[in-house]
Design a protein around this ligand. Structure first.
Ligand code: LMR
Length: 398
């Protein structure tokens, strides 16, 4: 029955994550997968999340089916996070949000909707992009191409090259954009570049699909959503995939949301019904627990304020680690451009390490990083930072 299956290797992130889990060494360090760990190297249980969880359990509510699209307070809270409380778009009734299975589930449902409507469209993802973007859109049936994005010379985004490429994409192409904290490089567009890009997308008839998996980890909750808000103000139709895995440290709960901005209320109603039908035939209903926790935190002013404080602490801690790493490595190897680590945002950095150097990092120093040179800076802390810096130093020296 299954003999015809071709080799189906996992993507490098999950492959190395499995190798890391299988490695018995107590000294091993996981800089592969995008998980924030605190100053003691632990995946934090956020204060507000713990309180919300307690409250939820005390209520003792039955675990009946959740609405396909999630509850209204959850969806409203997601929209307010994306667009800002009181944003004009929130009263225009052209925005549909559906709770999803993490950010990946949001991308997948969005991809399935678009694939049903426009099976011949091309999907463009950044070069490089999150490993799963290409796989996910390919699996949905699309031809996936990549647009120039990262400049290895500057360690930043190359907006002129990206723009030149997008300008020539066929009308109706879907463009996956990282709203903030670009995964895997940490290199974001500037706000002026976004201001230039947003009208270009409309002029060229391109379909924006924004991935915002790290809202709050770059410059703050509002600042990180600025690109989403620029699209909202432009009047265009677009899609957004949100993830709460990182910002609530609820990875295994798989809480996310797909938000679809349509032209008008009637188009919104149509696409919402269409999305619900697809979900019904896919996984039927979303889960309860994780989304209920996120909903309680986002709708309770005190818990919300505490969550924002803790998110800021995570952001600041990553920034401090970035600065220490960048300064130290830049001093040791001024020719390698390590100072970009300081400017890059979010959980990841492209260190510029070659595949051979990344392999040596793992084999000789037990520091697991992707062969592309991506490291998860969010897993670096004051206990392991010297080891990480020394290990990178050693492999760069050759
Ligand atoms: C990552 O890029 O490491 C994270 O987004 C986790 C994942 O699912 O790949």
């Amino acid at each position: 029955l299954f003999a015809g299956i071709q080799d189906a290797p996992l993507d490098p992130i999950m492959r190395l994550f499995e190798a890391f889990n299988a490695d018995p060494s107590p000294k091993k360090l996981n800089l592969v997968v995008g998980v924030y760990t605190d100053a003691d190297g632990k995946v934090p249980r956020l204060r507000a999340v713990q309180t919300a969880e307690k409250r939820w359990i005390e209520k003792g509510l039955p675990k009946t089916y959740r609405p396909i699209e999630g509850t209204k307070p959850f969806r409203d809270a997601v929209q307010a996070l994306l667009f800002g409380a009181g944003a004009p778009i929130l009263s225009q009734n052209r925005t549909a949000t559906l709770q999803s299975i993490g950010g990946t589930g949001a991308l997948k449902t969005g991809a399935d909707i678009l694939a049903k409507l426009y099976p011949d469209a091309t999907v463009a993802v950044s070069n490089p992009s999150w490993e799963n973007h290409k796989a996910l859109f390919t699996q949905a049936g699309f031809t996936v191409v990549d647009y120039p994005y990262f400049s290895a010379e500057t360690g930043g985004a190359d907006y002129p090259a990206m723009k030149a490429y997008l300008r020539d994409l066929p009308k109706g192409s879907i463009v996956v954009l990282h709203a903030c904290c670009h995964n895997p490089t940490g290199a974001d567009l500037t706000i002026d570049e976004w201001r230039d890009l947003v009208p270009l997308m409309a002029e060229r008839g391109l379909v924006p699909f924004l991935d915002i998996a790290y809202q709050g980890f770059g410059n703050g909750l509002d600042a990180d959503a600025e690109p989403v808000r620029l699209f909202a103000e432009s009047g265009q139709e677009f899609l957004v995939a949100s993830s709460f895995s990182k910002s609530f440290s609820l990875y295994g709960e798989r809480v996310g949301a797909l938000t679809i901005v349509a032209e008008n209320p009637s188009a919104r109603a149509k696409v919402e019904a269409f999305a619900k039908r697809l979900v019904r035939a896919s996984y039927s209903n979303p889960h309860t627990h994780g989304a209920a926790i996120v909903e309680i935190v986002l709708t309770d002013p005190e818990l919300r304020a505490d969550w924002e404080r803790e998110l800021a602490e995570m952001r600041d801690r990553i920034r401090a680690m970035r600065e220490r790493m960048a300064d130290s490595l830049q001093q040791r190897h001024p020719e390698r451009g390590f100072d970009a680590i300081k400017v890059q945002k979010g959980m990841f950095s492209y260190t510029g390490l070659s595949p051979a150097e990344a392999t040596r990092l793992r084999e000789e120093h037990e520091v697991y990083a992707l062969e592309t040179g991506r490291i998860c800076v969010a897993a670096v802390n004051s206990h392991n930072i010297d080891h990480v810096i020394d290990a990178i130093d050693a492999v760069v020296k050759g």
